[in-house]
Structure formats: structure tokens, C-alpha cells
Design a protein around this ligand. Structure first.
Ligand code: KG4
Ligand code: ZN
Length: 323
């Protein structure tokens, strides 16, 4: 990577098919699949990049936040290779890496910028001053946006993961059909809350106070309308809060990253609002929205050049370093 944004290969071993039938990630299965696929993924990454071990400057590995069992597999493998190949190792916070993902492929650095990072476990607004200087402005107080997509997809009997299946179902629906709540919390707050809308969808489907019995009575069109209206409500909140962060900080650029950044309505809505207001806007390229190696390497590059390497005591943590 010449400037931390030039990707030679980005191999993703998707586990979606393994977890689909359970409607969510099963930690034990996830760790096991990491062990089974890691060797082949590393080999493929070298072969697609067309490079040998000798050309590697360092190994970057995510060690937080996430499922510790799965993280531990990656960290142990990276530590072993670091020792065997005599290359430095760099532990990377994967949410910080999501925040860096919009810069992949850009000629010039987009910082400073407001970053909206939306994933299955996080929904956060950051003031990003540089690749390593990131301040948390607000975060979800309950469910993350991606988690809400996943839970609502389960309520609607749509497939896992919820984000893509809600988007697909919503394409045939009316986004104005149901006025789901847009929770903004107290005046000026940059925090989020998505548990209310999840409950609103649940009761809309089954009837007030009920949690079963309603889905079978809904037509495909009714489900499409709920999916589209839910998606619109979540995107409205995300866009509004991002503009609030811009107003409070006077930043002139917005970046978007994380799994939910793959959502078409969110990408288009944020782009339109930013263009209307004369703000710069960079969404992570689609391959770098959901969890991926390139964003870990991109941040790892900058940490390496800033001298922030780790050592063989590197450990995995369920929580992030941004608080
Ligand atoms: O960043 P990510 O791959 O993993 C975490 O760090 O959590 O994000 C996964 C999340 C899931 O909740 C998934 O439903 C959501 O990203 N997602 C989407 C879309 N594609 C993935 N949400 C909305 N629309 C999408 N197109
Ligand atoms: Zn992620």
C-alpha cells in the first residue's frame, strides 16, 4: 500500500450461509469457521496480490471490538506469523478501521470529517481529525442500526442478514405507508436509540402488546410497505443526526462506513443532503462496508508509520477503544 489506500487483494470468507438458519451469528460456529478458513484465505490473499512474504512490511489484525472467540483465532494466527516471518504486528480496532474505510481509493485524505459509522454492533458519530485522531461524538444507547435491521427482518420473516433483505423487500414498498417513530432523544443530542422503532414494528405486525400471530395475516405488499417505512425512518434519523454533528462542529466533509453503509437509501440520502449543503461526501466503496481485511490494513498502514505497533502480548477484547 503506497498511501494506505491502494488495495492489492481483499479476500472475504463469508459465513452468512453457516449462520442463516439460526437467524444470527452463532459465536461457537463463527470461531470454528475462522480456524477452518484462515489458511486458505491467507494463501488466496497472497496469490491475488501477486506478492511473496518478503514484500510484506507488517501484519495488521483486528483485536477488538467483536466476538472474542473469533478475534482470538485471527490474533493468534497473526502473532504466529509475525514471529515466524519476523515482521511487526499491529492490533487494529475494527470500528476505527470502519471509520477509515471511506478513504480507500481516494487520492487525497478526506480529513477532517464527520464520520457516521453504522454496523451490526455500533452506530456512532465521530469527529475524525486524522487517521489516528478520532473523537466519539455520539453513539447508540441501545440497539445498533444494523442490529435493528436484523431484528426487524426476523419479525417480518425476511432472511438473514437483515440489512440486504429489508432493502430488497422495501424496494417494492411505500416508504410513507407507516409513520414509524424517529427517535431523536434530547435536544442537540448526537446519541441514537433504535429499540423503540423495533418494538413499533413488532406491534404493528402483531397488534398492540402482542408478539405473535400477526405475520401470517400480512400480504407480501404489506410486508414490503413495513420494510420500506422502517428503512426510511432509520435513514431519516441517521441523516438528521449527521447533519446535527456537522452543525455542531462546523466540519465541511462527511464520511460513511460500516455494514449499514451498504444501504442504498442511506448512501443516496446522505449524498443528496451533503451535495445540497455544499459538503464533501465519501461513502466507503461497497466492498469495504461490511467487515473486510482492506480497512484493517489501511489503518494498520498509518499506525505502522506512526510507530504504533503492538507485540506478541496482543490480546482480543469484546469492547472497543473508542469511548
Ligand atoms: O460492519 P459489519 O459487517 O459487522 C459488524 O461490525 O457488526 O455490519 C453488519 C451489519 C448487519 O447488521 C447487516 O444487516 C448490515 O450490516 N447491513 C445492512 C446492509 N448490508 C449489511 N444494513 C442495511 N442495508 C444493507 N444493504
Ligand atoms: Zn464491522
Amino acid at each position: 500500500m503506497a498511501n494506505g489506500t491502494d488495495v492489492r487483494s481483499n479476500i472475504v470468507a463469508s459465513q452468512i450461509d453457516l449462520h442463516k438458519k439460526y437467524g444470527g451469528v452463532v459465536p461457537e460456529i463463527a470461531s470454528r469457521a475462522h480456524i477452518e478458513h484462515l489458511d486458505a484465505v491467507i494463501e488466496e490473499a497472497f496469490s491475488e496480490a501477486g506478492c511473496e512474504v518478503g514484500a510484506v512490511d507488517a501484519l495488521a489484525v483486528t483485536n477488538r471490538p467483536g466476538l472474542v472467540g473469533a478475534l482470538q483465532v485471527g490474533v493468534t494466527a497473526a502473532k504466529t506469523l509475525s514471529w515466524a516471518w519476523k515482521k511487526p504486528i499491529i492490533g487494529v480496532d475494527h470500528i476505527r478501521a470502519h471509520a477509515m474505510s471511506p478513504m480507500i481509493g481516494l487520492e487525497a485524505s478526506p480529513w477532517p470529517a464527520i464520520g457516521l459509522i453504522v454496523s451490526g454492533g455500533h452506530t456512532s458519530l465521530f469527529d475524525i481529525q486524522s487517521t489516528t485522531d478520532i473523537e466519539l461524538l455520539g453513539a447508540t444507547t441501545d440497539d445498533a442500526a444494523g442490529e435493528a435491521f436484523d431484528k426487524v427482518a426476523t419479525i417480518l420473516g425476511l432472511g438473514y442478514p437483515g440489512g440486504p433483505s429489508i432493502q430488497r423487500a422495501g424496494d417494492a414498498g411505500d416508504a410513507n405507508a407507516i409513520p414509524f417513530p424517529r427517535t431523536m432523544l434530547k435536544h442537540g443530542s448526537l446519541d441514537f436509540s433504535f429499540s423503540g422503532i423495533k418494538t413499533a414494528v413488532l406491534y404493528h405486525v402483531h397488534g398492540n402488546g402482542k408478539t405473535t400471530g400477526g405475520l401470517e395475516k400480512l400480504s407480501t405488499q404489506a410486508i414490503a410497505d413495513i420494510a420500506a417505512s422502517f428503512q426510511q425512518a432509520v435513514v431519516d434519523v441517521l441523516v438528521k443526526k449527521t447533519m446535527l454533528a456537522v452543525a455542531q462542529t462546523n466540519r465541511s466533509t462527511v464520511v460513511l462506513g460500516g455494514g449499514v453503509a451498504a444501504n442504498r437509501l442511506l448512501r443516496e440520502s446522505l449524498k443528496t443532503v451533503c451535495t445540497d449543503r455544499g459538503l464533501g461526501f465519501h461513502a466507503a466503496p461497497m466492498p469495504y462496508c461490511t467487515d473486510n481485511a482492506a480497512m484493517i490494513a489501511a489503518l494498520g498502514y498509518h499506525l505502522l508509520h506512526g510507530g504504533a505497533t503492538s507485540d506478541l502480548t496482543l490480546d482480543a477484547f469484546p469492547t472497543g477503544s473508542l469511548v
